[in-house]
Design a protein around this ligand. Structure first.
Ligand SMILES: Nc1ncnc2c1ncn2[C@@H]1O[C@H](COP(=O)(O)OP(=O)(O)OP(=O)(O)O)[C@@H](O)[C@H]1O
Ligand code: SF4
Ligand SMILES: [Mg+2]
Length: 333
C-alpha cells in the first residue's frame, strides 16, 4: 500500500481542522510499519482515510493506492468490496466495536459470508478456525458466546479475528494493545507477528507505546501535529533519532537501571492547534534547536541517514536535525 501526500481536513461553520497535512508512507507485504505520535496528531484519521470511513465533513486529497488501485475518490461500492477483503482495521475501541447482541461467531461469520459467499455452516467452522488462530482457548464453545461473556483481551482477539477473516493484504491495527495488561499485550503482538509470517500481511501498527514499537515494528513513522516528521527502520530510529521531537519522545522513556533519581525529561509546551497550516515547522515553539529558518519555512521530508543503496531510507522533516554520529552516552535510547 502506498499513501502519497494525503491531506485530510474537517470543515465546520466556524473553522477548518487540518488533521492530516500531506503525509506519505508505504508498507510492503509482510512488513510492520509503526505509526507513533502524541494524542491528536492524526494517526487514526490517516487510517480512517485509508479505509474510506471518514464522515462526510472530511475533505480528503492525495493518493492512496492499494495493489495499484486508487482509493481516494473511489465509489463507496468499490471501497466496500476492498474493506474486510483487501484491507481491514482493528479499531481503537474494542469494547464498543463489537455488536453486544450478536454472538462472536455470527460477527466473524458475517465477514466471510459476505466476501467469500460461505454457507452458514462453513462460516461457523471458519469462525472457530479464526478464534483458534488468534489464540482463544476452547473456540468451539466460545464461538456461541456474546461479547460481554469475554474478557477485554479476548474481545480484542475477536476484533483481530474479524479483521483477518478474509486474509486482508493490509491490516491497520489502531492501538491494539492499549488498556491491556502486559501479558495480554504480548499475546496480541504474537498474533500479529504470526499473521505477517503465515499470511504475509502488511501491518500498520498505531501505538503510543515505544516498547511495542521496539518489539514489533520493522519501520517507524513519527507524526507530529498532522505531519510526518521522521521515518526510519526501527533500530536506526532508536539508535540515531534525527528529529528533535523524536529525540524528546525517546528521551522521555523510562529505562530500567540507569535512571537513578534523575527527573525524566519532558517535552515542554503543548501540541499546536490544527486550524492553521503554517509555512514553518510546527514543532518550533517547543524545539530547543529552533531558529529563524524554522519559523520562516516548512522543512521538507528529506533523507537523514546513511544511504545503504538497498534498505529503507531514514527521512526527517527538520532544518537542523541532530547529528547522526551520536555517542552511546549522548543517545537517548
Ligand atoms: N470527525 C471529526 N471532525 C473534526 N475533527 C476531527 C474529527 N475526527 C478527528 N478530528 C480531529 O483530528 C485530529 C486528529 O485526530 P486523530 O483521532 O487522528 O488523533 P490520534 O493521533 O489518533 O490521537 P489518539 O492517540 O488520541 O488516538 C484531532 O485534532 C481530532 O480532534
Ligand atoms: S525544523 Fe527547526 S524547529 Fe523544527 S524540529 Fe527542526 S530544528 Fe526544531
Ligand atoms: Mg487515535
Amino acid at each position: 500500500m502506498s499513501v502519497r501526500d494525503l491531506a485530510v481536513s474537517f470543515r465546520s461553520d466556524t473553522r477548518t481542522v487540518h488533521a492530516v497535512d500531506h503525509v506519505s508512507y508505504e508498507v510492503a507485504p509482510g512488513e510492520v510499519l509503526a505509526v507513533v505520535g502524541e494524542s491528536g496528531c492524526g494517526k487514526s484519521v490517516t487510517s480512517m482515510a485509508v479505509m474510506g470511513l471518514l464522515p462526510p465533513s472530511a475533505s480528503v486529497t492525495g493518493s492512496i493506492r492499494l495493489a495499484g488501485r486508487e482509493l481516494v475518490g473511489a465509489p463507496e461500492k468499490e471501497l466496500q468490496r476492498h474493506r474486510g477483503k483487501d484491507m481491514a482495521m482493528i479499531f481503537q475501541e474494542p469494547m464498543t466495536s463489537l455488536n453486544p447482541v450478536l454472538t462472536i461467531g455470527r460477527q466473524i461469520g458475517e465477514v466471510v459470508r459476505r466476501h467469500q459467499g460461505l454457507s452458514k455452516k462453513d462460516a461457523r467452522a471458519r469462525a472457530v478456525e479464526l478464534l483458534d488462530l488468534v489464540g482463544i482457548p476452547a473456540p468451539r464453545q466460545r464461538v456461541d458466546e456474546y461479547p460481554h461473556q469475554l474478557s477485554g483481551g479476548m474481545r480484542q482477539r475477536v476484533m483481530i479475528a474479524v479483521a483477518v477473516a478474509c486474509d486482508p493484504a493490509v491490516l491497520i491495527a489502531d492501538e491494539p494493545t492499549t488498556a491491556l495488561d502486559v501479558t495480554v499485550q504480548a499475546g496480541i503482538l504474537e498474533v500479529l507477528r504470526s499473521l505477517r509470517e503465515r499470511l504475509g500481511t502488511a501491518i500498520v501498527l498505531i501505538t503510543h507505546d515505544l516498547g511495542v514499537v521496539a518489539d514489533a515494528a520493522d519501520r517507524v513513522m513519527v507524526m507530529y501535529a498532522g505531519r510526518a516528521v521522521e521515518e526510519a527502520p526501527v533500530d536506526e530510529l532508536f539508535a540515531r533519532p534525527r528529529h528533535p521531537y523524536t529525540h524528546g519522545l525517546l528521551g522521555a522513556v523510562l529505562r530500567p537501571g540507569g535512571e537513578g533519581k534523575r527527573r525524566l525529561p519532558e517535552i515542554p509546551g503543548l501540541v499546536p492547534g490544527l486550524d492553521v497550516q503554517p509555512d514553518a515547522c510546527t514543532f518550533a515553539p517547543r524545539c530547543p534547536r529552533a531558529d529563524d529558518t524554522c519559523t520562516a519555512a516548512r522543512p521538507g521530508f528529506t533523507p537523514a541517514g546513511p544511504d545503504t543503496g538497498t534498505g529503507p531510507v531514514h527521512r526527517a522533516a527538520c532544518w537542523h536535525p541532530h547529528p547522526t554520529a551520536t555517542t552511546a552516552e549522548e543517545a537517548p535510547a
